[in-house]
Design a protein around this ligand. Structure first.
Ligand code: HEC
Length: 109
């Protein structure tokens, strides 16, 4: 540690470990949010093959017509609005959380 500070590599090491720690946690958050907020209708695989999914006629995200675009940014925006039987998540999640869960969702496709 002392050697690292003396060599001037200390800031590099700090930034590097921060990057290592922060990127997987974003994906993990998205997954946890998806599990908590989305999977009851969409299912963990996005097929919508759950009891609540059938009741609300949740589309299979793999074959859906994607009315609002399928990039993570599009999905995050969709989640801020009510969409048919899907509630708005504008008050349930922060913008950052909607983006994390949208990235996770886009990754399922
Ligand atoms: C109450 C059930 C329900 C929950 C909970 C739910 N959805 Fe949906 N979702 C739906 C239904 C129903 C539709 C189809 C809406 C329509 O097109 O009328 C849909 C559509 C979508 C679409 C397709 C939008 C498009 O462009 O056509 C995406 C993406 C989506 N949901 C993601 C999510 C994510 C991410 C979550 C969790 C944050 C979530 N949904 C939670 C029921 C749900």
């Amino acid at each position: 540690m002392v050697a690292l500070v003396r060599s001037g590599l200390f800031p590099v090491a700090v930034v590097f470990s921060f990057v290592l720690m922060s990127s997987p946690s974003l994906a993990a958050d998205g997954k946890a949010l998806y599990e908590a907020q989305c999977q009851k209708c969409h299912g963990m695989d996005g097929k919508g093959d759950t009891k609540a999914g059938k009741m609300t006629k949740t589309p299979d995200l793999h074959t859906a017509e994607w009315k609002h675009g399928k990039t993570a940014a599009d999905i995050a925006k969709t989640l801020g609005d009510k969409l048919g039987k899907m509630p708005s998540f504008a008050e349930k999640m922060t913008e950052e959380e909607r983006m994390a869960v949208a990235e996770y969702t886009a990754g399922l496709l």
